[in-house]
Design a protein around this ligand. Structure first.
Ligand code: DAH
Length: 343
């Protein structure tokens, strides 16, 4: 019996039996070490040639057993790791992926874009101004009397007093920004956020959004305003929509009006939404007061214009019947997801 060979085989068997692996790479290293062409078992095979003929049978059998043992042990190590499923080799690339959750446009953005798009077709371009403003742009240039209630701390958020720095309460301030920096003809639409010192409830919020439109040129008349409003209302709420202008008052327009549209829920027949009047109010408008033109350096004898302003939340409520204003700023995805497919 070739004692040396048998001892080597037994030692190798003990070594392999003790071998462990923490990763598939380590299993592969073991396979190379013991079972590859240059591995320890193959080395035994090479030496086997020198074994005397009468011992070949016993030694050969022992080597074959060792090879089978090493193969099985290494396979077991590999299987144990694989069943943990923690290796990239085992990713099932044919598996159907989990569906990607797409976000949705915010309803206020959808409606703002729609309003902008309608006015764009009439040749209006977008203008923007700062949310933190001064008294002159928000109130004084727009003909607000010094004791106007909007100038009270109760209605307006002030950042400082004297000089007055405040959060704009309406996008009309962008009118003066544009009139003082551009020459007529002016045809702009100003979407933006505004702030008012209101207690938050279902029907009021301390911030909301408006769109302002301003058109200044030679010979602009109230008829131009009315036709623009009719076009807007029909594009926004449908071809059947009727409009109604009621006399009103704003410091910066003369004459001023509020526009109602025929209730788009009941078609004007009367329902709880329109308080059984058949009409709902949607915006304020008027001819730009000559005093405002003058304050902004535009000659009122040469130019005239109209302005209008509307709340985006109000229009959105009309389109989508959102009952509580707070939903617009709560980021509740159950609410927002409803607008995924809305246009
Ligand atoms: N600025 C007004 C408001 O916040 C809305 C408004 C009314 C804007 C009449 C206008 C306008 O341009 O002509 O309530």
């Amino acid at each position: 019996m070739n004692v040396l060979m048998i001892e080597r085989i037994n030692a190798l068997r003990a070594e392999i039996a003790a071998a462990t692996a923490a990763s598939l790479d380590e299993v592969e290293a073991l396979r190379i070490k013991y079972l590859s062409k240059k591995g320890a078992v193959s080395a035994l095979m090479n030496d086997f040639r020198a074994v005397p003929a009468e011992e070949k049978r016993a030694v050969g059998q022992a080597i074959n057993e060792l090879k089978a043992f090493a193969t099985e042990h290494i396979n077991t190590l590999r299987d144990n790791l694989s069943s943990g499923g923690n290796d990239a080799d085992l990713l099932d690339l044919t598996r159907t992926p989990a569906p990607l959750r797409l976000g949705s446009r915010h309803p206020l953005s959808l409606v703002r874009e729609q309003i902008i798009d309608i006015f764009r077709r009439l040749g209006f371009t977008i203008a923007e101004g700062p949310e933190v403003e001064d008294d002159w742009h928000v109130f004084e240039s727009l003909n607000f009397a010094p004791d106007h209630p909007a100038r009270d701390m109760q209605d307006t958020f002030f950042i400082s007093r004297e000089p007055d720095v405040l959060l704009r309460t309406h996008t009309s301030s962008v009118q003066t920004r544009v009139m003082t920096s551009q020459k007529p003809p002016i045809r702009i639409i100003c979407p933006g956020r505004v702030y008012r010192n209101e207690a938050i409830s279902a029907r009021a919020h301390c911030f909301f959004h408006q769109v302002e439109a301003l058109y200044i040129d030679k010979n602009v008349t109230f008829a131009d305003l009315r036709q623009t409003l009719l076009y807007f209302a029909r594009e926004m709420f449908g071809r059947e929509t009727q409009i109604r202008l009621r006399p009103s008052y704003f410091p910066f327009t003369e004459p001023s009006a509020e526009m109602d549209i025929s209730c788009n829920l009941c078609g004007g027949k009367g329902c709880s939404f329109c308080k059984h009047t058949g009409w709902v109010e949607i915006l304020g408008c008027g001819m730009v007061d000559p005093a405002v033109l003058e304050a902004c350096g535009i000659d009122p004898k040469e130019y005239s214009g109209f302005a209008l302003g509307m709340g985006i939340e109000r229009i959105t409520n009309l389109k989508y019947q959102v009952k509580d204003l707070r939903m617009f700023s709560e980021n509740d995805t159950r609410f927002l997801e409803q607008f995924t497919a809305a246009h």
